[in-house]
Design a protein around this ligand. Structure first.
Ligand SMILES: CC(C)(COP(=O)(O)OP(=O)(O)OC[C@H]1O[C@@H](n2cnc3c(N)ncnc32)[C@H](O)[C@@H]1OP(=O)(O)O)[C@@H](O)C(=O)NCCC(=O)NCCS
Length: 432
């Protein structure tokens, strides 16, 4: 990801009392720069992606092309049976995430080489427990957890993964792979290893008779189905400013800033409590109904909800509102934990970030529900609460004092054409 930076809006999140970003002038220069950059990247050749069954830039706006699969499935017997060739010094491995040793190797590769912000101040630091959770959902395939090792040293130097997911686009539920954690060691960059990794995971997905995939990236590739933005809500503004994640706003002092972001000590909604195992059926019903309004969303069943949404310490937190009178489950909110390493700071090594996941409001206003989510995140000592502008999130971001980050997150589908570029609010999907 380039300037996608979900991690850091460093410099961009000037903290004004109204929670808005810098002056109008700065915004327009920024916006202009982004537009220029975007049009340049649209003009750029994509030697690899131009060969793939993905929406191509030249087809943008051509509504005569049919929605749905771009290429039909090929007979399984025609799927290439051997792995793609790697440069001679390297070999493929399948990463067994049940093994502590393997999990540590993957953790070490990612914690040293995965996504950084533009200014190299922060790097995603997915925990081992998180990786295990993200990579072993119901029906997962071990063969989709793919590593590349140096033959001589046995060192892990690259990684890519897929997990199976049923994703609905309009009225069709499609079996897809969610592709994530593409990483090439810093010393092996720009050698065209990434396309080989992508082709190999695609081949292994095809071997399971799955022909579509969903993925996100900070870079512009052919062609986003939607482009979203991260917003950040300071919970510990002093630390965020000290480490360069955000800046003190014009005419703001530290003490005014701390006051601005102060939250109540306890949640406001009667019946607000942690989700428990016996809530799985009710939460599944609530979520399925809610997600049905979006153009692209996961098709969760009870097993998925149990895996993805039942609280797991340090990985995923979920809360719901149980009506004190009827005991009906009326509302739901959740966030996942993804810290970032703070690079080269004397005083702090980790930024503790919560990422908004799936939220449903039917009775409690979404604004109040999310304010309660902020309160529990603050109680649990998170420094910042991040949210994309997907689903109905725009309705609370500004009011709850989230500030816009400086990066974009682009959503993509592989081998599936959507006829128009979707607004973030039409998207009901959050990838980790
Ligand atoms: C992303 C990463 C694996 C790309 O590897 P690289 O060595 O920089 O690039 P390579 O020379 O191997 O390959 C370049 C090709 O990969 C594509 N590519 C780069 N990043 C990509 C991404 N995130 N998703 C899909 N394709 C990507 C490029 O567009 C290019 O193809 P093109 O010519 O068709 O445009 C590497 O930069 C990395 O590990 N970065 C840090 C982690 C990261 O950002 N991961 C992606 C998270 S979405």
């Amino acid at each position: 990801m380039e300037d996608n930076n979900p991690i850091s809006p460093s410099g961009s999140q000037t903290q004004n009392p109204d929670g808005n970003s810098p002056s109008d002038n700065d915004v327009s220069v920024d916006a202009l720069a982004r537009k220029v950059q975007e049009s340049l990247s649209l003009a750029k050749r994509h030697k690899f992606w131009e060969t793939q069954p993905v929406g191509q830039f030249k087809d943008l706006g051509d509504s005569s092309l049919p929605e749905g699969p771009i290429e039909p499935p090929t007979p399984l017997s025609e799927v290439k049976q051997e792995p793609y060739n790697l440069p001679n010094l390297y070999e493929w491995i399948t990463c067994d995430m049940d093994s502590d040793e393997m999990c540590s190797e993957v953790y070490n590769l990612l914690s040293n080489n995965y996504v950084e912000d533009d200014e190299n101040m922060f790097r995603f630091n997915y925990s081992k427990e998180f990786l295990r959770w993200a990579l072993r959902p119901p029906g997962y395939f071990k063969s989709w957890h793919i590593g590349v090792r140096a033959k001589s040293s046995k060192k892990l130097v690259a990684f890519i993964t897929g997990v199976p997911a049923r994703i609905r686009t309009r009225d069709s539920v499609v079996n897809m792979a969610e592709i994530n954690f593409l990483c090439v060691h810093k010393k092996l960059r720009s050698k065209r290893l990434a396309p080989v990794m992508i082709k190999e995971v695609t081949r292994r997905v095809h071997l399971e008779n799955i022909w579509q995939a969903a993925y996100t990236a900070g870079v512009v590739l052919p062609t986003p189905i939607s482009t979203c933005q991260y917003w950040h809500r300071s919970l510990n503004p002093k630390k965020l400013i000290d480490v360069g994640f955000s800046r003190l706003g014009a005419r703001m002092t530290m003490s005014r800033t701390i006051k601005l972001y102060k939250l109540p000590d306890s949640t406001a909604t009667p019946g607000f409590r942690k989700m428990e195992p016996h809530d799985v059926p009710a939460v599944t019903r609530l979520l399925r109904k809610y997600l049905s309004q979006f153009l692209v969303a996961p098709d969760f069943d009870e097993d998925d909800v149990e895996h993805w949404l039942l609280p797991k310490v340090g990985v995923v937190d979920s809360y719901l509102v149980e009506s004190p009178e009827t005991h009906e489950i009326t509302d739901f909110c959740s966030f996942y934990t993804l810290p970032s390493s703070i690079l080269g700071n004397q005083n702090y090594s980790t930024l503790k970030a919560a990422y908004s996941y799936y939220n449903v409001s039917t009775t409690t206003p979404l604004l109040q529900l999310m304010n309660d989510a902020l309160i529990v995140a603050k109680q649990k000592d998170y420094d910042v609460f991040n949210a994309l502008d997907v689903m109905q999130n725009e309705s609370f971001l500004k009011e709850l004092k989230f500030g816009p980050g400086d990066g974009k997150l682009h959503y993509y589908l592989y081998n599936y054409r959507i006829n128009h570029i979707m607004r973030p609010s039409e998207l009901g999907l959050v990838l980790l």
